[in-house]
Design a binder for this molecule. Structure first.
Ligand code: PRP
Length: 188
């Protein structure tokens, strides 16, 4: 057994826990059941978008009862600060040729939607048999582009969230829950 970082360890850096580990686990079980059903008899490839999606990929994959293959992409958004610009550079491409494959992109969060919109068009041009999206979190109020998301865990308010893969300046990714950061931490 391990002892994860908890709210008490976070002290004044944490404003509040938005989604608990138990809520995440329960939601991933629900999503996994839907994915198992929808892709029954198919050879599904799940694609995680580094780095944020590491936790969702690891837990979602283990909640699936069908066998899947896993691959990873790393992308980086050009532009100022922490805001996504929609102009994306591939830092690590897939190892897999996805032509004719059933592909499910797995994300931790859809914020403006610009990263995913670019990714869908990039992967879509490689001729997959199907291409869908699963995201743990989505911020409807922050959307700049409409994205057809087949599996969504939680719609959340437009707040600065960290944990469960999500970072602020590369910190907080290993929190087992999703929380909001106290404004003094990020100068808000
Ligand atoms: C985050 C997240 C998405 C993207 C969403 O990644 O994992 O890929 O931002 O933002 P958008 O909808 O506004 O485009 P980030 O670029 O922070 O990299 P990381 O996963 O390595 O933290």
């Amino acid at each position: 057994m391990y002892r994860a970082v908890n709210e008490i360890d976070m002290g004044a850096e944490l404003e509040k826990v938005l989604i608990t580990k138990a809520e995440i686990d329960a939601k991933l079980l629900e999503l996994a059941a839907e994915i198992d059903r929808d892709y029954a008899g198919k050879d599904l490839l799940i694609v995680g978008v580094l780095k944020g999606a590491v936790m969702v990929m690891a837990d979602l994959a283990r909640a699936l009862s069908s066998r899947v293959t896993m691959d990873w992409m790393a992308v980086s958004s050009y532009g100022a600060g922490t805001k996504s610009s929609g102009v994306v550079r591939i830092l690590k491409d897939l190892d897999t040729d996805i032509a004719g494959r059933d592909v499910l992109i797995v994300e931790d969060i859809i914020d403006s939607g610009l990263t995913l919109s670019w990714l869908i068009s990039n992967l879509g041009s490689r001729g997959p048999a199907s291409l869908e999206v699963c995201t743990l979190l989505r911020k409807p109020e922050a959307a700049k582009v409409e994205i057809d998301v087949k599996y969504t865990g939680f719609d959340i308010p437009n707040e600065f969230v960290v944990g469960y893969g999500l970072d602020y300046a590369e910190k907080y990714r290993n929190l087992p829950f999703v929380g909001t950061l106290a404004p003094h931490v990020y100068g808000g």
